[in-house]
Write a protein that binds this ligand. Structure first.
Ligand SMILES: *Cc1c(COP(=O)(O)O)cnc(C)c1O
Length: 395
């Protein structure tokens, strides 16, 4: 694995300016823009691409994406408030379990483009809140489907008991409620069953299941719905990045599938987080110390899992690139464990990795750190300084 020239140049520049050992997040906004433009270009014409902000809600990321996506998904009242501040012109959609009345009311005030309703209670509460705001609420019912093609992924959120979405059995009741409720406008259905999907064929099979279920439910309940939200969940293979979800191949299959399953007249909405923003982020740690302990080498970098929890959260050895200084190497051709500054043995970013040459002052650069990274980290633990946040803007 190597670093893009633009990123390498930025790192070299940072180094010449640094007063203290480096510890930073670096975001390549140009790469982010290019990536999402390519993603959009390959999607069939009746598909929309929303960004799920919970993957990374940094203002610069949102602003880079705003002109390139169809809108943003908020998974909490806090995210919704933030998105509305940052991108008030963009369509916002609002999902997540356990929404407060005050959040539903705030979402009415932001004129969200869709409420993803997760339960019957929520539907009833939303009806009253819409009524008192004097405007109807656009609704997508989120369903936890039982599919024959049950997904098999590490982060399954449906197809089995979970707190997400309505049971198919509850749909009848939800529809009765909606029929009597002038303040609720049913626009479509929402299915998001999993994350970390790496297998294109399996995902297309899941989409086929979604499309057939959508048609079946519409027929069974005499519904004409214009919109199906199919969630996100395209995966990054952190152990083997070139085996990440193959978006171009998926889109090829999707074109065919839409024709085969008669979905051409339905708007199909994706709300994708990880696969959009993961690749634009890098976490940088300067090596503070190298030691041998009970026969194994450890490199201690400035920072750690309190900034970059992704490898600890996912249980993988995160890939990395070493940017060397002129210093003679202290370690040659040895397995080295890369750790941070925390006083816990869990503060490991990669274990026993082959390293050709390493010295104090070298930089450890962890790519694929743009999603579920800084924002999922327990940043106050041990009260270390936060990382620098650096954004490479398009030239
Ligand atoms: C988290 C989430 C997403 C985005 O998932 P990714 O794996 O980041 O693409 C989309 N929809 C819902 C409902 C989610 O909870």
């Amino acid at each position: 694995m190597s670093l893009p020239a633009r990123v390498k140049r930025a790192i070299d520049e940072l180094r010449t300016q640094r007063q203290e050992p480096l510890c930073a997040y670096l975001y390549d906004l140009e790469a982010l823009g290019q990536h999402v433009r390519q993603m959009r270009a390959l999607l069939p014409g009746n598909c929309e691409l929303f960004y799920a902000a919970k993957a990374n809600p940094e203002a610069a990321i949102l602003q880079t994406l705003a002109p390139l996506v169809d809108g943003f998904e908020a998974a909490s009242g806090g995210e919704l408030r933030w998105l509305y501040q940052q991108c008030p012109q963009q369509p916002l959609i609002f999902g997540g379990p356990g929404k407060l009345d005050s959040e539903l009311a705030a979402a009415m005030d932001c004129r969200v483009a869709a409420f993803h309703v997760e339960s019957l209670n929520e539907l009833r509460r939303l009806a009253r809140i819409a009524e008192s705001s004097g405007r109807p609420a656009p609704v997508l019912l989120r369903l936890n489907l039982k599919l024959a093609e049950a997904p098999d992924s590490r982060l399954v959120m449906g197809g089995k008991p979970t707190p997400f979405g309505l049971d198919e059995e509850a749909l009848e009741q939800a529809l009765l409620l909606l029929r009597d409720e002038p303040w609720l406008q049913l626009q479509g259905l929402h299915f998001h069953l999993l994350s970390h999907q790496l297998d294109v064929a399996a995902h297309l099979k899941l989409m086929r299941g979604y499309f057939r279920t959508f048609h079946r439910l519409c027929a069974e309940h005499q519904l004409e719905l214009p919109l199906l939200n199919v969630g996100g969940g395209m995966g990054i293979d952190y152990r083997n990045p070139q085996h990440s979800f193959d978006w171009p191949r998926f889109c090829q299959g999707l074109h065919r599938l839409i024709v085969e399953e008669g979905m051409g007249d339905i708007r199909i909405r994706f709300e994708i987080g990880r696969f959009i923003s993961a690749a634009c982020g890098y976490y940088l740690m300067e090596v503070l110390d190298i030691k041998r302990n009970h026969g194994e080498y450890f490199a201690i970098g400035r920072g750690g899992t309190h900034h970059f929890r992704t490898p600890a959260a996912q249980g993988h050895d995160h890939p990395f690139v070493i940017v060397r200084t002129e210093q003679p190497a202290e370690v040659h051709d040895q397995p080295v464990t890369l750790v941070g500054q925390l006083c816990t043995p869990k503060d490991v970013l990669a274990r026993q990795q082959p390293v050709a040459a390493l010295a104090v002052g070298d930089l450890l650069v962890f790519p694929l750190a743009g999603a579920y990274a800084w924002n999922i980290s327990h940043r106050d633990f041990l009260m270390h300084e936060p990382p620098q946040m650096l954004f490479l803007s398009p030239e």
